[in-house]
Design a protein around this ligand. Structure first.
Ligand code: PEP
Ligand code: MN
Length: 368
C-alpha cells in the first residue's frame, strides 16, 4: 500500500541549511523572560532552526498547568523578532489554529492526544482549509498506525502540502525505561507507505528522562529520520511541565554535536558497488527463505491431510514445545537473538495452523 498524499518536499519549505533539522524549545511557554532567554541561548548554539513552545497544554488531570494561553503567542513573536528563529506550537482546536495563525506562528503541530481523535483532527483540518502553513502531525498516543495516517490524510485533504510527521513514541501497558515506547516499526511502516513524507523524531517524549535522549536521537539518525523536536529549557530543574526530560540549550548543542550523522545515499562509487553486491546477496537469500517457507507449508498441508484422515487434533503442544526449544538453541548457537527466533517461529507456526485448519475443515467437494 502507498499513501496518496499531495505534499511538497521538506527542502522546499524548510530549507534551514543546517544538518540535522532541529526544532527546540521549552515544553511550555511559562513567562516572557523564560521564552525569550531560552530562544536567545538556542539561537546562539547555531544548531537550531525553529523555536517550539506549548501555549495550550493537554494535561491528563485537571488543575495542572494547562498552558499560559494566547499571551504566550506574543512572547513567541518577540523571540522570533529578536533571534530570527521560526516558531512552532501545538494546536488542538479551531480557535488555537486561528489565534496561532493571527500571531504569525510559522509551524503548527497536532499533538498525540489530538491525533487519536478524528473529530479533533477534522476540526483542526477544517480550520486550516485554504491556509498555507506547515503542519506536523504527532503519532497518536496509542500504537495505531491507521490513526496516524488518517490524521495526516485529513490535514492534507484540507490543502496542507507542507506536511510532516512527528514520531513521539506510544503508550504501552508494560512499563519500561521509556515514557513512551518508540515502537520504531510503526515509524518505519509510515515511511514505507509514504516515502516522501518527512518524519521528525521527538526523543524527549519517547524518553521522559534526559539521560536517554542521545541514544534515541542516534537511532533516529540511523533510521534516516529528517530531524528532531527536542524540549529545551533555560533551567530544566524549575520547568513547570516535563522537567525531567528537558535539557539546557548548552546540553542540546552537545547532544547534536555528538550525533554521528549518516546519509541515506553515498556518492562514492566503490561504496555503491560494494553495497550493490551485498544487496544482491541479501536478495538471493530472501528468495531462498521464501522458497523454503513455501516448501515447509507444502509439507504442513500433507500433515494436515494425514491428521484429518486419522482424526487427530491440529495442535500437539509437546511437538510445538520441542520445536521452540530445539530451534531456539540452534539459532542461539548461530548468534540469533532468542526473542527474534521465537517470534519468527510463532509466525510460521501460526500460518501452519491456519493452513491445517483450512484443510481439516474444508467441505468435501459435492459430486454433480
Ligand atoms: C509536547 O510536545 O509538549 C506534547 C504535549 O507532546 P505530545 O503531544 O507528544 O504528548
Ligand atoms: Mn512536553
Amino acid at each position: 500500500m502507498k499513501l496518496n498524499l499531495d505534499i511538497l518536499p521538506l527542502s522546499s519549505w524548510l530549507a534551514t541549511g543546517k544538518e540535522p533539522l532541529v526544532i527546540a524549545g521549552p515544553c511550555s511557554a511559562e513567562t516572557e523572560e523564560q521564552v525569550v532567554a531560552t530562544a536567545h541561548l538556542l539561537a546562539a548554539t547555531g544548531k537550531i532552526s525553529v523555536l517550539r513552545a506549548g501555549i495550550w497544554k493537554p494535561r491528563t488531570r485537571p488543575g495542572e498547568f494547562e498552558g499560559i494561553g494566547s499571551i504566550g503567542l506574543e512572547w513567541l513573536k518577540r523571540a522570533k523578532e529578536e533571534t530570527g528563529l521560526l516558531t512552532a506550537t501545538e494546536v488542538a482546536t479551531a480557535k488555537h489554529v486561528e489565534e496561532a495563525l493571527a500571531a504569525g506562528v510559522d509551524i503548527l503541530w497536532v499533538g498525540a492526544r489530538s491525533t487519536a481523535n478524528p473529530f479533533t483532527v477534522q476540526e483542526i483540518a477544517d480550520a486550516l482549509q485554504g491556509v498555507d502553513v506547515p503542519v506536523l502531525v504527532k503519532n497518536p498516543v496509542n500504537p495505531d498506525l491507521s490513526l496516524w495516517i488518517g490524521a495526516l490524510e485529513r490535514i492534507n485533504r484540507a490543502g496542507i502540502k507542507k506536511l510532516g510527521a512527528i514520531h513521539r513514541g506510544f503508550s504501552s501497558y508494560e512499563k519500561t525505561a521509556f515514557r513512551n515506547e518508540p515502537m520504531w516499526d510503526l515509524a518505519i511502516q509510515l515511511k514505507t507507505v509514504a516515502p516522501e513524507l518527512p518524519i521528525i523524531n521527538d526523543p524527549s517524549h519517547i524518553c521522559g528522562t534526559r539521560e536517554l535522549i542521545p541514544y534515541v536521537a542516534q537511532k533516529a539518525v540511523d533510521l534516516d529520520m529528517q530531524g528532531f523536536i527536542i524540549e529545551s529549557h533555560i533551567d530544566p530543574s524549575v520547568a513547570w511541565t516535563d522537567a525531567k526530560q528537558q535539557v539546557t540549550p548548552a546540553a542540546l548543542a552537545d547532544l547534536i554535536n555528538n550525533l554521528s550523522l549518516r546519509k541515506a545515499e553515498s556518492n562514492d562509487p566503490v561504496f555503491e558497488d560494494k553495497l550493490a553486491a551485498l544487496r544482491k546477496e541479501i536478495d538471493a537469500i530472501d528468495d531462498q527463505i521464501i522458497k523454503k517457507v513455501a516448501d515447509r507449508m507444502k509439507i504442513v498441508e500433507k500433515i494436515g491431510e494425514y491428521k484429518r484422515d486419522n482424526k487427530v487434533t491440529i495442535l500437539q503442544v509437546n511437538r510445538w514445545e520441542e520445536i521452540i526449544e530445539k530451534r531456539s538453541k540452534f539459532a542461539k548457537a548461530l548468534n540469533l537473538e532468542e526473542d527474534f527466533t521465537v517470534k519468527l517461529l510463532e509466525l510460521i507456526h501460526g500460518e501452519s495452523i491456519r493452513k491445517q485448519n483450512q484443510i481439516m475443515n474444508a467441505k468435501p467437494a459435492v459430486e454433480a
